[in-house]
Design a protein around this ligand. Sequence first.
Ligand code: AMP
Ligand code: MG
Length: 420
Amino acid sequence: MEHLSVKNAQKIILESVAVLDAESVKLEQTLGRVLAEDIYANRDIPPYDVSAMDGYAVRSADIKQVTATLEITEDIKAGDMPTRTVRAGQCARIMTGAPMPDGADAVMRVEDTQSLSEHSVQINRSAKSGHDVRMRGESMRKDEVVLIAGTEITPGVIGVLATVKGAQVKVYRHPRVAILSTGNELEDIDEPVDLDKIPNSNSYALMAQVQALGIEPALLGIARDDPAELEEYLQRGLRFDVLLVSGGTSVGVHDYVRPTIEALGVKMKFWRVAMKPGHPVAFGLSQQNTKGSAKDTFIFGLPGNPVSSMVCFEQFVAPALRSMMGHARLYRRTIAARLTHDVKHQPGRTDFIRVTLAKREGGYEATATGAQGSGMLLSMARADGLMVVPAESTGLAAGEQVTVQLLDGTVFQEDAGFRE
Ligand code: AMP
Ligand code: MG
């Protein structure tokens, strides 16, 4: 247990959590959610052969020899229906998206023609049958599956859903997340400044990390280091799908989280992970079963140190929440970068160094954001990413290639992307 690796801890978590149930949501509210149903086309798109250009609907046989002069039978705008059949020697003026008239099998764009009069046009190029015609059903065919369950809803997906009239969409439910900070020393944001106290930053940094995943968490406030008070707060937290507890998870005499949580019947899967920052990080389920169900509460005991809390959130909580929301890509995107300086490292734990990135000829450069103490929140505030120092490393040298987990952005990937 003492040497549980980050990857194995992630594995334990992801084997425990399960995707939540589906709910029906208005299309306008679905951006970033995950489809919980297959989506079928309800009609052919386009519904008939249409012109892909502003120009002339012609018979390709008539323009084998060019130039050719054709008689214009009518004007067809988008939304109009053609009224005349195009016969030999004829064409129709047509706009993009308008239905092709009978008889015509190609479109010649305006730029390749010359208007002779209102009723005749000279065609300067020849074209094969089908040229610049969008065929009926070429975008979507009625009754075919156009989107499968598990698809992340992007603006493009919203466009497809609107096309098939998906005004209400089945998506996976978002987890309800509660955040609890613990510690006698903490002063909350609305309390008067007492210079002997430590400002509660974790509740808010964690709140923002949850919000960045599209979830609005509930802030439960601060529980004092007192078993009875802690129990009361924890019980409230156990009504949520996910409870994040900050602080009190180490082994100090006033770290009551562990005994209180276990007294409440929470089955803990681990209490430490071989990482820095973030060593005392815990995970468990509120029910005795080992398989996740929608009724379970998943509890993350996050270290009180502000940087540790945030780094642990990124490694463990974010993938779990994304998995519960039905995403296939659970992890923040990683990129390769070159280190601009040496980094000391004792083998044994995976280190997450906060870095800024600079784009240079040939790739990115990573530079640590100053002092890296686990209480130094500015190291996190200034960071573009977390650089991973593998557990077995005996130190990194300037110029070495490293893996950096990007902290911003909405693009996620399927695996953690780094070697421990
Ligand atoms: P703990 O994990 O409870 O032993 O706390 C470790 C360190 O993190 C202590 O220095 C705490 O004061 C600090 N800490 C704990 N909780 C918070 C919080 N919510 N916001 C800021 N710092 C905290
Ligand atoms: Mg504490």
